[in-house]
Design a protein around this ligand. Structure first.
Ligand SMILES: N[C@@H](CCC(=O)N[C@@H](CS)C(=O)NCC(=O)O)C(=O)O
Length: 219
C-alpha cells in the first residue's frame, strides 16, 4: 500500500489518521505541493490523479488482488472501512452513519475546498488580493463552519464528535483544526469542539498522523 500525500495537506492527513487508526502499514510517498510550481501538477502524478490533488492511495485490493489507484480522501477512507472493518469509522447504524457523514462533509466538502491551496493561490495571484485579504477569507469561512459545527456537536458529541466512539467525523475535524491554528484563528468560542479535539489529540493514531510527524515535515 502506498500513500501519495503532503505533510500539511488536510486531505492527506485524514487518510493518514484512518490508516493509523486501523493499524495498516503503508509506504509514504511525498508530493511537494509548492516545490517547482507543485509536484501534484507533474505529468507523472497527474496519471495517478487527474484532479492534480493529493492524496492518492495505491493498494492491492484484498479481495480481488487487483492494483487500485484511489483518489478522494473520503472515498479512500470508506473503502478502507469496508475492506478492513475492524475499528469502523462509519458506524453500521444508518442513523448514526448519517450524523457522522454530515459532520465529516461539513469539514471535508464544505470548508476545506474554500481554503485549499489552489483557491488561495488564485486569490493572491489572478485576483491580486493582498495577504491580509487572504487571511480575512480564511478566517471568515472557518468561523462560519466552526460555529455551525459547534452547534451540531452540542447535540451529537460525547467524548468525540458523535458519542464516545471515534468516527469519520473526528478524522475530518482534526486536520481542519490544524489549519485553523496555523492561521491563528481563535477557537475559544467553540468549547464543545475544543473538548473533542483535546480527547482526540491524545490518541496514538492521531499523534502518528500529525503533519510534524511525517518524513516530509517542514520540507
Ligand atoms: N476532496 C479532495 C480534496 C483534495 C485536496 O484538496 N488536496 C489538496 C491538499 S489538502 C491539494 O492537493 N492541493 C493542491 C493544490 O491546490 O494545488 C479529497 O478529499 O481528497
Amino acid at each position: 500500500m502506498k500513500l501519495h500525500g503532503y505533510w500539511r495537506s488536510s486531505a492527506s492527513y485524514r487518510v493518514r489518521i484512518a490508516l493509523a487508526w486501523k493499524g495498516l502499514d503503508y509506504e509514504y510517498s511525498p508530493v511537494h505541493l509548492l516545490k517547482a510550481g507543485g509536484e501534484q501538477k507533474s505529468a507523472e502524478y497527474s496519471r495517478l490523479n487527474p484532479a492534480k490533488l493529493v492524496p492518492t492511495l495505491e493498494i492491492k485490493d484484498p479481495n480481488s488482488g487487483e492494483h487500485l489507484v484511489l483518489n478522494q480522501s473520503l472515498a479512500i477512507i470508506e473503502y478502507l472501512d469496508a475492506c478492513f472493518p475492524e475499528k469502523r469509522l462509519v458506524p453500521e447504524s444508518p442513523v448514526v452513519a448519517a450524523l457522522v457523514r454530515t459532520l465529516a462533509l461539513d469539514m471535508a466538502a464544505d470548508l476545506q475546498p474554500i481554503a485549499n491551496l489552489r483557491v488561495l493561490q488564485y486569490l493572491t495571484g489572478q485576483l491580486q488580493q493582498p495577504d491580509e485579504q487572504k487571511l480575512a477569507w480564511i478566517s471568515h469561512w472557518v468561523t462560519q463552519a466552526f460555529s455551525a459545527f459547534e452547534a451540531r456537536l452540542q447535540k451529537t458529541a460525547g467524548k468525540y464528535c458523535v458519542g464516545d466512539n471515534v468516527t469519520l467525523a473526528d478524522v475530518c475535524l482534526i486536520p481542519q483544526v490544524y489549519n485553523a491554528k496555523r492561521f491563528n484563528i481563535d477557537l475559544s468560542g467553540y468549547p464543545c469542539l475544543c473538548s473533542v479535539v483535546e480527547a482526540l489529540e491524545e490518541l496514538p493514531a492521531f499523534i502518528a498522523a500529525r503533519p510534524e510527524n511525517q518524513i516530509d515535515a517542514n520540507s
